[in-house]
Design a protein around this ligand. Structure first.
Ligand SMILES: Nc1nc2c(ncn2[C@@H]2O[C@H](COP(=O)(O)OP(=O)(O)O)[C@@H](O)[C@H]2O)c(=O)[nH]1
Ligand SMILES: [Mg+2]
Length: 304
């Protein structure tokens, strides 16, 4: 099965792509070997887009997809939104346009339900991103709501992260989780048509400047996503920040991703329920430290 799917994936076959994603999501036997066999050095860029609910992330994504497609770039969108798994088409016009992309050979869109931890990303999102790379996508956009853990996770997954804010979030920004502010490679101030936009923009600019280093100024882009204003500037900023993505940043990201995978696989056969049932079966006094040792010994032939 995997052997038949691989060449189809590499040819960009959308059906094979969707099938593979589902198989890997469900940890179908052989998934790990399959991923190991893929060429993942395609040079695809992973762009995270995060920010408060309703900030215009999907609208912005829709416009970016349009521009990238115009440039002939194969673009995939992964939408992780716990509040509403598919927010594309919050506006009717956008819905129509997003639907056009569905059939567009250059564009692939998939919405992922969050499972597990609240606000966390989809557990297989890293693997899905790599499958998209193998399928030859040039741009991979991941939209997540910036609440809870997800913004921290997106920063360790995406090459570059865009944080979308709106003038309405003025007061929030003061108290906003440091997380959201710290991960931005680009700030977008969307809904620039709203009252207070200029003052808000000024505040974000000074905040971005205070976070910038002398050789890396964090850009702040003003947009009205619903009218496609500021999108060209954003495209330029994205290209610019990607071009500055250096070797050491790539290594940091890789280490981060490896850490997640190693932790997942080392912990694969351990759950709290399982530990509890072992404790219940023992039915006597247990020395915690001695007990834990049993779970730390790698099972033979599994871990190096
Ligand atoms: N006034 C105004 N509304 C916008 C703008 N961008 C998006 N919206 C609207 O804001 C709402 C939320 O947008 P959406 O893209 O779904 O936000 P998301 O939750 O961040 O993905 C929708 O009704 C959009 O049409 C903008 O620049 N100005
Ligand atoms: Mg959305």
């Amino acid at each position: 099965m995997w052997e038949e799917l691989k060449p189809l994936l590499e040819q960009g076959d959308i059906k094979a792509l969707s099938r593979i994603i589902s198989l890997v999501e469900n940890r179908k036997e052989g998934w790990n070997e399959f991923l190991s066999s893929l060429n993942l050095n395609s040079g695809a860029a992973i762009i995270g887009i995060t920010g408060p609910p309703g900030a215009g992330k999907s609208t912005l994504t829709d416009k970016l997809v349009g521009k990238f497609a115009e440039q002939g770039k194969k673009t995939a969108v992964l939408c992780v939104d716990p509040s509403s798994p598919f927010k594309f088409g919050a506006v009717l016009g956008d819905r129509i346009r997003m639907n056009e992309w569905y059939d567009h050979s250059l564009v692939y869109i998939r919405s992922l339900a969050t499972r597990g931890s609240l606000g966390g990303l989809h557990p297989a999102i890293m693997e899905i991103t790599d499958i998209l790379k193998a399928a030859g996508f040039d741009m991979i956009i991941i939209e997540t709501v910036g609440v809870g853990q997800s913004e921290v996770e997106i920063a360790s997954l995406a090459d570059k992260t865009i944080v979308v804010l709106v003038p309405e979030s003025g007061d929030e920004v003061q108290t906003m989780k440091a997380g959201l502010m710290e991960i931005a490679d680009i700030f977008v101030v969307n809904k620039a048509d709203r009252p207070g936009a200029d003052l808000f923009l000024k505040n974000i600019k000074s905040l971005a400047h205070s976070r910038s280093s002398n050789n890396m100024e964090i850009p702040v882009i003003k947009t009205i996503a619903s009218r496609a204003e500021g999108i060209d500037e954003l495209i330029v900023a994205i290209a610019d920040t990607l071009s500055k993505h250096d070797r050491s940043q790539k290594q940091l990201l890789l280490a981060e991703k490896a850490f997640y995978l190693i932790r997942e696989q080392r912990m694969a056969d351990i759950t709290k329920e399982k530990i509890l049932s072992v404790i219940q079966n023992e039915g006597q006094e247990i020395n915690l430290y001695k007990f834990v040792q049993r779970f730390l010994t790698p099972s033979p032939g599994k871990t190096p």
